[in-house]
Ligand binder design. Structure first.
Ligand code: DCP
Ligand code: MG
Length: 435
């Protein structure tokens, strides 16, 4: 009897605890952070060239002869001791190209992202200019994101240098509106990478994205629902992520400059002039309303397809069959990339021979692609580099170094990325022709 009574009591306490927990969860205020690295590419460069700290530095342009000085020094492993006068200056730059970013010291002269180098050179001729090194930026991107995940599990990737983080249920995520947790993450990132970032914490992504810009660099801004009129409404409409230059122009033609101006318009007027769904979105955005969840997605590193043959095939005797299978694998990987919205620049193959030994080869192009023909051509180049005397039991094709499709331009390059040599793949090249 006593045992039964005790069991009942235990069950009752568990139920009460559960209910209390739910109440606590329900009363938690939604806190979403947007974290954006400060002058990201430039700051990563400054890690290896600390002598440039505090100086105007612009990242971008084509690979030039002056960079060879840095490349030679790199070979000696003495980057930090390269004297300042050895660094190329923007005034000596000849050619086209754009600045991807600039240090805050350079920004004081008006130099910014996506600005023609010629214009930047006029604004700040003494600025030091460095070429882009995407591999290095991606390395630090992975690093700072992994630090965040140690503190908060719900993180959404928004590109190389920014993420959204759901603070709502994370320890410390509600303290001082999220400031405590933001500070903790900021300092953990700094310890791990030496890089600073800025964080905005707000009731949703839309406001958090704006907030992260309020105190750049190395700042934290907290926005509550009640701050809408004082902090958000005075801002120009363009600060809303989703209002591009063309919409902004149109809004201005109607005399709508600030978010407050936008908020004063009726929903009917907005949908009439901007379409049913965009108009409705504008109406809500001006009121700081946004329910989009923080979507966690683990970014794939590569995508591959492989097949084991019914019976082992030989590169010469079964040339046509192998060629067809190879093409199909490439088409399948291309379709996977297309469906998931990725492009890649490293194409690799895997072969398993009849003795179960395997061989892999890969090739990194200087552009990103998801095109089946291009993948097939690059994979074909890899195939030429493996021994093909033995019979083959398995063939695989892999595309790696993935980035999201919307991150690259039409020629398959990231913003500001300019290839040193742009060899176009020839999709008409016949595979197995050299066998
Ligand atoms: N970038 C680029 N081309 C652009 C804009 C940016 O290549 N038109 C690259 C360089 C930046 C990085 O993306 O370092 C991140 O972009 P941000 O807009 O976050 O700019 P920064 O991090 O450089 O500066 P901020 O401190 O303002 O965030
Ligand atoms: Mg940034």
């Amino acid at each position: 009897m006593t045992v039964c009574w005790q069991l009942l009591r235990g069950l009752f306490s568990a139920l009460v605890a559960c209910a209390l927990f739910r109440v606590v969860l329900m009363t938690l205020v939604r806190r979403i952070a947007h974290l954006d690295m400060d002058a990201f590419y430039a700051s990563v460069e400054l890690l290896r060239y600390p002598q440039l700290k505090g100086l105007p530095v612009v990242i971008g342009g084509r690979w030039r002869r002056e960079d060879d000085v840095l490349a030679r020094a790199a070979a000696d492993g003495t980057l930090a001791s390269i004297p300042l006068e050895d660094f190329p200056r923007i005034r000596d730059y000849v050619g086209r190209g754009v600045s991807t970013t600039a240090t805050y010291a350079a920004r004081q002269f008006g130099v910014g992202s996506a600005m023609g180098i010629m214009k930047a050179a006029k604004l700040c001729p003494d600025a030091i200019m460095l070429p882009v090194d995407f591999d290095e930026y991606r390395k630090y991107s992975r690093l700072f994101k992994s630090v965040i995940l140690e503190h908060a599990p719900l993180m959404e990737n928004r590109g190389v240098d920014e993420v959204y983080i759901d603070f709502t249920e994370v320890e410390g995520g509600q303290q001082e509106g999220g400031r405590k947790l933001a500070e903790k993450i900021q300092s953990a990132i700094f310890s791990a990478t030496g890089l600073t970032c800025s964080v905005g914490v707000a009731p949703n992504k839309l406001l958090a994205k704006m907030a992260s810009e309020f105190n750049k660099p190395n700042g934290i801004s907290i926005v509550h629902e009640a701050d809408l009129e004082s902090l958000i409404w005075p801002l120009p409409c363009r600060k809303i992520n989703g209002i591009g230059p063309r919409t902004d122009e149109k809004l201005k033609r109607f005399g709508i400059e600030t978010i407050r101006d936008l908020a004063l318009r009726e929903q009917g007027w907005l949908t009439e002039n901007f379409g049913e769904s965009y108009g409705a979105w504008l109406y809500r955005a001006a009121r700081g309303l946004d329910e989009r969840p923080v979507v966690t997605s683990s970014e794939p590193v590569s995508m591959s397809r492989e097949t084991t043959f019914g019976e082992d095939l030989h590169a010469v005797a079964n040339k046509a069959e192998l060629g067809a299978i190879f093409t199909r694998l490439c088409e399948q990987v291309a379709a996977d990339l297309e469906r998931k919205g990725y492009v890649g620049k490293t194409v690799g193959i895997k072969i398993r021979y009849d003795n179960f030994k395997a061989a892999t080869r890969d090739h990194t192009a200087d552009f990103y692609t998801a095109d089946a023909k291009v993948i097939r051509q690059l994979a074909g180049q890899c195939l030429k580099r493996v021994p093909l005397e033995r019979r083959i039991r398995l063939l695989g094709v892999r595309v790696g170094s993935l980035v999201r499709r919307d991150e690259v331009d039409e020629s398959g390059h990231l913003p500001g990325e300019l290839p040193r040599s742009r060899k176009k793949a020839d999709p008409n090249l016949s595979l197995f022709d050299d066998l």
